[in-house]
Write a protein that binds this ligand. Structure first.
Ligand code: SAH
Length: 257
């Protein structure tokens, strides 16, 4: 009886840790989220039971209580249960809540970190998240609104700190996010980037400013999953964009040949 909570990384299966892959291959049951990449899912042993908990057939996510119930029930059958999450399980992944439930039920667990999309967004868009000339702090936020529709973001404090801002779950509320920072007095010309499908072959990156990012994103029909980066470090995005320079994506390579 054991649960291993594993971070699958941002999508590219080669970005999963060696330990994560090892534990995955020892699994009897795997409960996986919607954002776990297909390449990672293909590493699940054929003998393991696979349960997708990201979406029901009716397209609604499986409620958190049901995920918890499944985790506990499968573990109590004496199985090695792997709980596979996109990115890092402790970054907006509800990993903590699930582990609290395991503690309450006396179920032993192990946690394997993953590369968060928050961090990979910088690497894969040529933006160092900190840089001595531009920014000395990093703030990772959620753009997911609270029940009352309001964002849980302290715009005024963040505008004052002048660090690099990374916003996950930001596509639906992008206008509110940008307006929040503008209303808090942030310069509309501050560079900002939105990057979609990070590390995957359909990755797209758009560089604008705090004042233009929402329109840029709408015009290009950017959809979730995407990460927004705001701050002076985004100035380096062209200079250090190794992804497009290497023609990393097979699709791009095919076009050249
Ligand atoms: N635990 C995850 C975050 C879960 S919240 C992590 O550490 O990455 C889900 C959000 O993560 C998405 O709305 C999106 O903002 C971001 N995300 C995850 N994978 C992504 C990807 N491949 N490309 C772009 N954004 C991604």
């Amino acid at each position: 009886m054991k649960v291993t909570l594993i971070g699958a990384g941002p999508g590219d299966p080669e970005l999963m840790t060696v330990k994560g892959i090892k534990r995955l291959q020892e699994a009897d049951v795997v409960l996986y989220d919607r954002l776990v990449g297909d390449g990672v899912l293909s590493m699940i042993p054929s003998t393991a039971e696979k349960i997708g908990v990201g979406k029901h057939a009716d397209n609604h996510p499986v409620p958190q209580e049901e995920i918890g119930r499944l985790l506990v029930a499968k573990a109590k059958q004496g199985l090695h249960v792997v709980r596979l999450k996109g990115g890092d399980p402790f970054v907006f992944g509800r990993g903590g809540e699930e582990l609290e439930l395991l503690v309450e039920n006396g179920i032993p667990f192990e946690v394997v970190p993953g590369i968060s999309s928050a961090v990979a967004s910088g690497i894969y868009s040529g933006i160092p998240l900190t840089h001595r000339d531009y920014s000395s702090s990093l703030h990772i936020l959620t753009g997911h609104a609270k029940r009352n529709g309001e964002l849980d973001i302290d715009f005024a404090s963040l505008a004052r700190i002048k660090g690099t801002i990374v916003v996950l779950m930001s596509v639906a509320s992008l206008k509110k996010i940008c307006d929040g920072f503008l209303d808090a007095g942030m310069d509309r010309n501050i560079p900002a980037v939105i990057v979609e499908n990070i590390t995957l072959e359909n990755q797209r990156k758009f560089l604008g400013t705090l004042g233009t990012l929402h329109e840029l994103s709408q015009n290009n029909r950017v959809t979730s999953p995407a990460v927004v980066l705001i701050g002076h470090v985004c100035t380096l995005s062209h200079k250090l964009d190794w992804v497009s320079r290497l023609n990393l994506h097979p699709q791009a390579e095919r076009n050249i040949k």
